[in-house]
Write a protein that binds this ligand. Structure first.
Ligand code: NAI
Ligand code: UGA
Length: 435
């Protein structure tokens, strides 16, 4: 099929490359010239495992190209919109300016029979509003909403082999045709038996935000248990193992630590609350405000643990392991690691941070930090070591060898990712979160 993808960020670039990898003819469009130049050269503008390989396989085939010129969409029949919906600067709501601008540009070039497919995460009601806009400009064009559930770090495999496909479509023949076209786009996944849920616009939009709200709630639930474990001497990791054996609960996403960050879970729960308030139903999801607060309290807890262990922060040397919001990503959006590192530095600590992929991004955003290419250089001479992003490079460190590099053997394990017994046996003071 002939496909365009509008917005080539963490979602769109992966979607465009994966669609070409599956055999479709794809043009990716973005307003960011630097990003388009990199992608056109077959180079990913960010770190994502598997993306270089799909870009490499698809670019020479001629099935994948990138441009800033919106008129290129006229050569496609299905147009995915994957532009950002970040949190507004002065509140909790999603900033819809990029979606609105993308639709305005796209609608100048669509032709009768085309299918527009929204992929961005949007407040419920957006698709119906945009469908009216589309109908007023080009009544022969249909809008579908096809939310995305990929995880960064696994983005390519999640795109090619999704857990489920959700299509929000209008009622009637145009909606049925839209679902048929989307089944053709995702032919390999559909043939492999991926569940397909065809529904109305509002349900499709709500599926997306409720999935992220549920995941965020699960993480904050276990972090709330960690708070109680801390004052009772219980071990939250054993608690998670024990309750996780109940198949109704499940062990995944019950890892207590510094909590969730990234470009999605934090802003999505806030935008959901804001939208519910607009709909007069703020009380229905008020618990999400608590989910957010529990999450942010964990970051403060880590700063306080460092202060406690070092007897203050001014002039204290802290080695921070991790900057990205999670391993296998270079994404610093709402990263707990970057936040904690900056708060320590702002309180007077001398912070040296390392991350396998995120240092370059962090240099621009956190001038108060020092950076080291390796974990060993980050912890050399440290009074306290803080592990915040559980990259294998960090969780695999040898406590005996690292012990020879630091000034004081004190480690705060912000992800409960280390073996406390091994670190204590090597002479370290080990502090986890909720254990
Ligand atoms: N990053 C992820 O893992 C996932 C993201 N999402 C959702 O997908 C959407 C995009 O997220 P990301 O890719 O992470 O954001 P991003 O910020 O990495 O990428 C957005 C891209 O859109 C481009 N853009 C902005 N305005 C444009 C316009 N008018 N025309 C063309 N391009 C334009 C930007 O230059 C940027 O490259 C958001 O709604 C997000 O919530 C959904 C699932 C997964
Ligand atoms: O809408 C989105 O953009 C995406 O948001 C999340 O994906 P992602 O942000 O890539 O990362 P996750 O693996 O969900 O992790 C989010 C945060 O939660 C933290 N986390 C995760 C699991 C856990 O048990 N504990 C925990 O603190 C991670 O460290 C990370 O900071 C969802 O998992 C995806 O399904 C969704 O498509």
């Amino acid at each position: 099929m002939r496909i365009s993808v509008i917005g080539c960020g963490y979602l769109g670039a992966v979607h465009a490359a994966s669609m070409a990898h599956l055999g479709h003819d794809v043009v990716g469009i973005d307003v960011d010239e630097a990003k388009i130049a990199l992608l056109s050269a077959g180079r990913p503008p960010f770190f994502e495992p598997g993306l270089p390989e799909v870009l490499e396989s698809a670019t020479p085939s001629g099935r994948l190209r990138f441009t800033t010129d919106f008129s290129a969409v006229s050569e496609s029949d299905v147009h995915f919109v994957a532009v950002g919906t970040p949190q507004v600067a002065d509140g909790d709501a999603a900033d819809m300016r990029f979606v609105d601008a993308a639709f305005a540009s796209l609608l100048e070039h669509v032709k009768p029979g085309d299918l527009i497919v929204g992929k961005s995460t949007v407040p419920v009601g957006t698709a119906a509003r945009l469908a009216d806009l589309v109908a007023s400009v080009q009544p022969e064009v249909t809008l579908a909403w096809n939310p995305e559930f990929l995880r960064e770090g696994f983005a390519v495999s999640d795109t090619v082999n999704p857990d489920r496909l959700v299509y929000g479509v209008p009622e009637g023949e145009s909606g049925e045709r839209a679902a048929r076209l989307l089944n053709e786009v995702y032919e390999s996944a559909v043939a492999a038996g991926t569940p397909v849920i065809v529904t109305d616009y509002a349900t499709s939009e709500l599926v997306k935000v409720s999935a992220n709200a549920f995941l965020a709630t699960k993480i904050s639930f276990i972090n709330a248990m960690a708070e109680i474990a801390e004052v009772t001497g219980a071990d939250v990791t054993k608690l998670a193992d024990a309750i996780g054996h109940d198949a109704r609960i499940g062990r995944r996403f019950l890892n207590a630590g510094v909590g969730f960050g990234g470009g999605c879970l934090p802003k999505d729960i806030r935008a959901f609350s804001a939208r519910a308030r607009e709909l007069g139903k703020g009380e229905a999801v008020r618990f999400l405000d608590e989910v957010d607060k529990i999450n942010l309290r964990r970051r403060t807890r880590v700063v306080e643990l460092v202060r406690e262990e070092a007897g203050g922060l001014a002039g204290v040397r802290v080695g921070v392991l991790g900057l990205a919001f999670k391993p296998h990503s270079d994404d610093l959006r709402d990263s707990p690691a970057l936040d904690i590192a900056m708060r320590l530095a702002d309180a007077g600590a001398i912070v040296t941070a390392s991350d396998p992929q995120a240092i370059e991004n962090a240099r621009h955003r956190a001038p108060q930090l020092l950076f080291a290419e390796t974990a060993e250089d980050a912890v050399r001479g440290a009074d306290v070591v803080v592990l915040i992003t559980e990259w294998p490079e960090f969780t695999g460190l040898d406590p005996v060898a690292v012990g020879d590099l630091v000034a004081h053997r004190t480690i705060i394990d912000g992800r409960n990712a280390l073996d406390p017994a091994a670190w204590r046996a090597a002479g370290w003071t080990y502090r986890g979160l909720g254990r």
